[in-house]
Design a protein around this ligand. Structure first.
Ligand SMILES: Cc1ncc(COP(=O)(O)O)c(C=O)c1O
Length: 415
């Protein structure tokens, strides 16, 4: 069995099946390039996460807030809504999409960075949304927005703090700490030393501070576990400091970040151990916390999506062998073009497990050297017209795709 087989992907007679239908048949029916998403795989991932937190004691609610930036497909939002999910939204348009997909305002949390007063005005039109402040300096803008809209009832707010350590699969996806591994100063969250002051100011302006939030970064593997639990300890310590300052928090939000398996040799982040650690620390903290929140994106949807592309021809040049496909990375699966470290497995849908392999560089139709889906992959040599599946395309692919070279962004189907 191949490491990537699951609810969405199976192999039968050397052919790739997507939820039991041949990938080639789906490609023929809908055309390529095409994103294909799987309800079954999303549900399985959601259940696995729920089970990880199943031992929470009565009285402690566990909220799973889907980071919809990963994939705001309406069908996926509706599916997760039915399962009892909350939503982590990062722009007014994401809030609008969540509401149009049926999410009640009180299951939406807004976490914005570099936010304008106009953004806050749009957010506050939905009075049930919890507003997660990313900077002390945002408070004046939020206050001005509330005043302009003449919001009557209490506005629920929380504070995203930067616990001073972060972790992501690469520098660009590390979202806490002082600087990223490439030296970039990290823009997110309120500095440790200003958290209490931020809560005090919110209270003074009659906002209702209800929670503390952190998000360390995206794409954790097993080796990130020690940092993740250290950050849990820091969160509890900070919540204790807030309690001493008179703030009884309703929830602690530990963000997202736990990655699914992108590569055969990647060791998975131990989600059950992480969940157990959070539950233990929160339940024994005597802080009276009523809810804990996690905000997964990738974990729920990455492996639930593939991109199907067609091989137009094979090209030889200076000893290199290229499979030239009818899609561009920037318009479909842009992660390898954006992040040097990103990897997406590529499977030949017509001859998945053929023993004889060649070293193939899979390239797209964009005018850019970086338009490469995979470099020198050892795989069954594709033939003209065959379908390749680019795996793990359910998260941060369609949503990060552009019209570079005026190429279209592909259609999506949800099986
Ligand atoms: C605030 C916040 N929460 C959650 C996430 C989800 O991260 P992931 O998809 O790695 O779980 C992100 C993504 O960057 C984020 O910025």
């Amino acid at each position: 069995m191949n490491w990537w087989e699951g609810e969405l992907l199976k192999v039968k007679g050397n052919r790739l099946l997507l939820e039991n239908q041949p990938a080639e048949t789906i490609a023929k029916k809908y055309g390529t390039p095409l994103y294909v998403y799987s309800r079954k795989q999303i549900l399985r991932n959601f259940q696995a996460l729920k089970e990880a937190f199943a031992s929470a004691k009565p009285g402690l609610e566990v909220r799973i807030a889907y980071a919809m930036k990963a994939n705001p497909h309406r069908g996926i939002l509706k599916l997760l809504l039915k399962e009892g999910c909350w939503v982590d939204a990062v722009s007014p348009a994401e809030i609008e999409t969540a509401i149009n997909s049926g999410f009640p305002e009180n299951r939406i949390m807004f976490t914005g960075t570099s936010i304008s007063q106009e953004d806050f005005e749009q957010v506050l039109r939905q009075t049930g949304v919890t507003v997660n402040i990313d900077a002390y300096e945002q408070i004046d803008l939020l206050f001005a927005a509330r005043k302009r809209l003449r919001v009557k009832g209490p506005v629920r707010v929380s504070v995203r703090w930067n616990p001073g350590l972060g972790r992501g699969f690469c520098s660009k996806t590390t979202t806490a700490g002082e600087r990223s591994s490439d030296g970039t100063p990290i823009k997110f969250g309120v500095d440790d030393s200003r958290v209490v002051e931020t809560f005090k100011k919110l209270k003074q302006l009659s906002f209702r501070p209800v929670g503390l939030h952190q998000h360390l970064g995206s794409g954790w593997t097993e080796e990130d576990f020690p940092v993740a639990i250290k950050a849990v300890d820091r969160m509890i310590k900070k919540a204790r400091e807030l309690k001493r300052a008179g703030f009884d928090l309703e929830f602690l939000d530990f963000g997202g970040g736990f990655g699914p398996k992108y590569k055969a040799d990647q060791r998975l982040f131990p989600v059950p151990e992480y969940a157990a650690y959070i539950l233990d620390k929160v339940e024994n903290s005597k802080l009276g916390i009523k809810a804990i929140v996690v905000e997964p994106g990738k974990y729920l949807v990455a492996e639930a999506g593939v991109l199907l592309v067609k091989v137009e021809y094979l090209k030889k040049s200076y000893g290199n062998l290229f499979a030239c496909v009818n899609a561009g990375t920037y318009n479909t699966v842009p992660r390898p073009a954006i992040y040097e470290e990103a990897y997406h497995e590529i499977v030949n849908a017509s001859c998945v497990n053929t023993r004889q392999k060649a070293k193939i560089t899979v390239v797209g139709h964009l005018c850019e050297t970086g338009d490469v889906f995979g470099v020198e992959r050892l795989m069954p040599c594709p033939k003209r017209g065959q379908i390749l599946a680019v795996l793990m395309a359910g998260a941060y692919c369609r949503t990060m795709a552009s019209n570079f070279n005026l190429r279209k962004i592909p259609k999506e189907i949800l099986l």
